[in-house]
Design a protein around this ligand. Structure first.
Ligand SMILES: [Zn+2]
Length: 84
């Protein structure tokens, strides 16, 4: 019995991608009139505010409210209070 085993060895290159999701390259920014200081300011996304579905429905607002930080007076304004 003569078994000629021919093996092809494949060299696989493992490419490691660095997945950094914590620091986005371009932060979300928008221009709007600030209801707090009344100036046209640049608003930077400052995270989101989440409400339980029941609370949101009772108050007539979305469950997830985007928060924006005013570059002028540093107030945190929730999205429904901003007019872009
Ligand atoms: Zn402001």
């Amino acid at each position: 019995m003569n078994l000629d085993t021919h093996r092809t060895t494949q060299t696989r290159k493992v490419v490691v991608f660095s997945t950094k999701k914590e620091t986005p390259s371009t932060p979300q920014q928008r221009r709007a009139f600030c209801p707090s200081c009344g100036k046209l300011a640049v608003f930077t996304a400052a995270g989101e505010q989440r409400w339980p579905a029941r609370v949101a429905a009772a108050a007539g607002m979305p469950e997830v409210v985007q928060l924006w930080l005013c570059s002028h007076c540093h107030s945190t304004i929730s999205e429904p209070n901003l007019t872009f």
